[in-house]
Design a binder for this molecule. Structure first.
Ligand code: 13P
Ligand code: SF4
Length: 369
């Protein structure tokens, strides 16, 4: 490879060619050596939706709330190699100290839901909504959002939420103001608000593409404004999938993530965050039968981990989250070796002003988590 090619790859964060043809065992040995060498100076958190080949090397696996808490509590690691998606690595950078660096092994590991709310759309929406509702709205954002959105929310007195604490945070938000703007996942917002007693008639939808509020009734009745975003993985569970399970496996319990649509959550037997689903399966009786509506790497792991239970995916044609899957062994090894060689790549750095406001939103959540 020419020097120019090498330089271009480093700059653009593209995996160097040399990592593409390595054997799995070679990569595993080199990763283990680096983990041993760096010891406590290195911390590898891994989200439950990561591939098994990566999760194997994570110091800890967790859902987004657990990983945010663990990063905030970890003071000794100088290098945090985040096996998850971009917004999670940003959150880790915001919650850690100056001497700690956060890396995302593959910069293409984004989140389509987080990309559905950009700061320009959000500023426009806020101006329009304040005209309609005055200063009666507090913003909440799912952690699956960019640092800029978290900063916007923090600046306006709001907080972040995860699927594990959404109920608590929505209830808190109603102690602050009369109305909530919930970004960017309409489904988590709708399912959570519904559970705590807000009727569907009291929920409006903000369409950020057309800068328009979708609502038929009297504006005075609106309690929750849902941002029109969604998860491109969880939207793949359909009413037909539920009907098929009910017909073919009538004794199966259906459990889904609240990023699924209201229809799916209403028809399922149970719903809850990633951790809630894992705990439900772990605590279930041997021989029990489950159809799970969430990301496929996790469902496959649960199937392997619990051979005494009969587990299927609610959608038999479901794929893993493609952006979570960007993190693989070659990228993990590349990230680790670049740290050891002092030529770090894919460092995630949130600027000081954004961090300062975003931390307010995250701390309001972590204090209550
Ligand atoms: P949780 O980890 O909060 O359940 O979120 C699921 C998810 O979609 C992460 O991207
Ligand atoms: Fe984003 Fe959905 Fe993938 Fe989570 S599962 S990273 S919300 S696209």
């Amino acid at each position: 490879m020419s020097f120019l090619q090498y330089f271009e790859e480093k700059k653009s964060g593209t995996l160097p060619e040399t990592y593409r043809n390595l054997k799995r065992e070679q990569m595993e040995t080199r990763i283990l050596e680096i983990k041993k060498k760096l010891g406590d100076k290195l911390f590898i958190p891994g989200h439950h939706y990561q591939k098994d080949e990566v999760i194997r090397f994570a110091d800890i696996s967790g859902d987004s709330l657990q990983l945010a808490q663990l990063c905030a509590d970890n003071e000794q690691a100088e290098h945090i190699v985040f096996c998850g998606v971009h917004f999670m690595a940003e959150t880790a950078d915001i919650l850690t100290s100056e001497h700690q660096k956060v890396y995302l092994p593959d910069m293409r590991a984004g989140c389509s839901m987080a990309d559905m709310a950009d700061i320009f759309q959000t500023d426009r929406a806020w101006t329009a909504l304040e005209k309609m509702f005055g200063e009666t709205i507090v913003p909440l954002t799912y952690v699956n959002s960019t640092a800029a959105i978290k900063a916007f929310v923090g600046k306006n007195g709001g907080a972040t939420v995860t699927s594990s604490n959404a109920h608590k945070m929505v209830k808190w938000a109603f102690t602050q103001k009369e109305r909530i703007l919930f970004l960017p996942d309409q489904h988590l917002g709708r399912n959570t608000a519904y559970d705590i007693g807000v009727s569907l008639e009291q929920m409006a939808v903000w369409d950020p593409i057309h800068d328009k509020l979708e609502y038929d009734g009297n504006f005075e009745d609106v309690k929750v404004i849902l941002w029109k975003g969604h998860c491109s993985v969880h939207e793949n569970f359909t009413v037909k999938n539920i009907e098929e399970v009910r017909t073919n496996n009538s004794d199966m319990r259906i459990i889904v993530h609240p990023e699924c649509s209201r229809e799916i959550v209403a028809l399922a037997d149970d719903n809850g965050s990633t951790k809630y689903i894992i705990d439900a399966i772990e605590n279930a009786l041997p021989g029990s039968k489950w159809a799970i509506g969430t990301e496929m790497n996790l469902v496959n792991r649960l199937i392997r981990k619990h051979p005494d239970k009969h587990i299927i995916s609610l959608n038999p044609r479901m794929c893993p989250c493609l952006t979570m899957n960007r993190i693989d062994l070659p990228h993990l090894l590349w990230s680790l070796e670049s740290i050891v060689n002092g030529e770090e790549v894919n460092v995630i750095e949130v600027d000081a002003e954004t961090s300062q406001y975003a931390i307010g939103a995250l701390e309001r959540m972590l204090e209550r988590a």
